[in-house]
Design a protein around this ligand. Structure first.
Ligand code: TXA
Ligand code: MG
Length: 343
């Protein structure tokens, strides 16, 4: 990394539109041990070929992430998993047929070809087949699984735009592939198949109920998993504080807005008429209040969530007041991310 006279780093990453030539170029970069950020349907990933151990180490350096945290290995639809996972079980087949390509990561015993550098030293591996067309083309062209955490600095909000990746990692990586905005907007559901009962390690767009319907057996919900002490300390998304913008995040029902005394610039984000009306009233009273209205569907809130949290930082807001969602299963993933953003 070189620096300017002012001491600020030069941006080095090439931001590439996803033409076939650029995708080929990025696949070659991955094969030769370079890092490539790319879009998926959940969030942008920071990729390295699993066979390139120097590049795997580079992921941890670029993110500032502890190296014992395991990475998710991404594969193309129909990829041969032999050697990458220990065994293709009937349960895996059912879930892969139902949800791949898509936002579901399976944690399963690793195969002998999967390096321990990818799995954080564990004998299990997280594996997923993304559905974003650019990710699929890139994975097909690369020909080996691509380890990719979210392309943000450790502890920060996951990126849902190439511009987010450029801002956080542009001085640390050579290539950023652009592509359509992620449809899902929050990280994949992670289900562990390591014990008799499948368990949700991280909630996401695919719910425990959907998995139960496919497998025909009960699935341990994320709520149950997180009640067991140290049950999944290796999931960095399970750290209390994660997915945080610089602004302080508060999650509040509409009824509590009226009583607030606001001094700092505040972004209010909600979807019910009641919340938005209360937020407007705050704006009239305190001036420096911005109001952002989202659609009231959990999937739409998830899709907009991270860009909205980043916007608070871009607008130099000191705090974000986020409408408290319902406590039903369809809101579980959004509630989980909001809880961590506000911790
Ligand atoms: O949607 C996603 O999953 C995105 C996109 C880029 O695919 N990726 C992502 O990666 O969210 P990351 O590294 O930010 O989160 C992956 C999570 C981590 O919390 C990690 O600890 C967990 O997956 N994980 C991976 N392998 C695991 C394993 N063998 N056992 C337990 N947890 C595992
Ligand atoms: Mg992450």
């Amino acid at each position: 990394m070189t620096t300017t006279d002012s001491g600020r780093p030069h941006l080095h990453a090439a931001l590439l539109d996803p033409s076939d030539i650029h995708i080929q170029r990025c696949a070659q970069a991955l094969q030769s041990g370079e890092l490539v950020a790319f879009p998926t349907e959940t969030v942008f990933g920071l990729g390295a070929a699993v066979s390139q151990l120097g590049a795997i180490e580079g992921i941890f350096k670029a993110k500032g992430r502890p190296s014992e945290h395991p990475l998710i290995a991404h594969v193309a639809p129909g990829a041969d998993l032999t050697g990458w996972v220990a065994e293709l079980t009937a349960t895996m087949h059912k879930l892969m047929n139902a949800f791949w390509p898509g936002p579901l990561t399976l944690v399963v015993p690793k195969g002998e070809r999967m390096p321990f550098e990818v799995t954080g030293g564990q004998t299990s591996v997280g594996i997923r087949c993304p559905s974003h067309p650019v990710a699929i083309k890139l994975l097909k062209a690369t020909g080996v699984p691509v380890a990719a955490p979210s392309a943000n600095r450790f502890g920060k909000v996951s990126p849902t735009r190439a511009s987010h990746v450029l801002a956080e990692l542009g001085d640390r990586i050579p290539f950023i592939l652009d592509g359509d905005v992620p449809e899902v907007g929050i990280e994949s559901t992670i289900v562990s198949l390591l014990e008799d009962q499948p368990a949700i390690l991280r909630p996401g767009a695919i719910t425990a109920e959907q998995i139960e319907a496919v497998l025909g057996v009960p699935v341990k919900s994320h709520g149950e998993v997180s009640k067991t002490p140290n049950s999944n300390p290796r999931v960095s998304g399970a750290l209390e504080k994660h997915y945080s913008p610089d602004a302080k995040v508060w999650v509040l029902p509409a009824g509590e807005l009226a009583a607030l005394e606001l001094q700092n610039k505040t972004l209010c984000v909600g979807w019910t008429d009641e919340f938005l009306a209360q937020a407007d009233a705050l704006r009239e009273k305190f001036g420096e209040v911005l109001v952002e209205a989202l659609s009231d569907k959990p999937g739409e809130v998830a899709k907009a969530l991270y860009a909205t949290l980043r916007q608070a930082d871009e607008l130099a807001c000191r705090q974000v007041l986020f409408e408290k969602p319902g406590q039903t299963p369809d809101w579980e993933a959004v509630n989980d991310r909001l809880k961590r953003a506000s911790a």
